[in-house]
Write a protein that binds this ligand. Structure first.
Ligand code: HEC
Length: 148
């Protein structure tokens, strides 16, 4: 039989509130800074935004220890490298840095490094098809080729 007082002690320790997202200002986002066609916007939002933006959709299991720590860690490190919601003040601050970041993003997707495992197993909509990857990389090349 479950000891009720023990359950009261253990359950709150296992479930806690998911982290709060930072405020989002469209002015600073990649969607305002660059021309992002609908197909690319869709790819970014379904495969990258949960870790590389301030618009993370925290899943229910992000409330449970010890998975919560692992997810938060991925989001913190993902945002630190590239935050699409803060594009103008981070990766997109200069056109050289923006181009380098987008070239790395194409490479990461082509090589299957991103979206980071195990995310695509848990989020089938984030699995990118060959044609998704081709469209994404055509767009990153187009951005790198444009005049500053
Ligand atoms: C589950 C979270 C998650 C998702 C989803 C995700 N990333 Fe990442 N990404 C990370 C983390 C964490 C890092 C930091 C390096 C690492 O741990 O691999 C990172 C690093 C990167 C890097 C730097 C490459 C490197 O070797 O460090 C690029 C480029 C990148 N991500 C692009 C993308 C793109 C493009 C998408 C969407 C197609 C995406 N990521 C989706 C978590 C994620």
């Amino acid at each position: 039989m479950i000891c009720l007082p023990a359950a009261f002690l253990v359950l709150p320790a296992l479930f806690h509130d998911p982290p709060r997202n930072p405020p989002v200002e469209r002015e600073r986002s990649i969607e305002t800074a660059l021309t992002v066609p609908p197909r690319v916007r869709d790819i970014l939002r379904r495969a990258c935004y949960d870790c590389h933006s301030s618009e993370t959709r925290w899943p229910w299991y992000a409330r449970m220890s010890p998975i919560a720590g692992r997810i938060e860690n991925d989001v913190t490190r993902g945002r630190a490298f590239m935050n699409f919601s803060e594009w103008k003040t981070s990766a997109g601050a200069t056109s050289a840095r923006s181009d380098a970041t987008l070239t790395a993003a194409c490479f990461a997707v082509q090589s299957g490094l991103m979206p980071k495992s195990p995310y695509p197993y848990l989020h089938p909509e984030a699995r990118l098809s060959r044609s998704d990857i081709d469209s994404f990389c055509a767009w990153t090349r187009e951005q790198a080729a444009r005049q500053p």
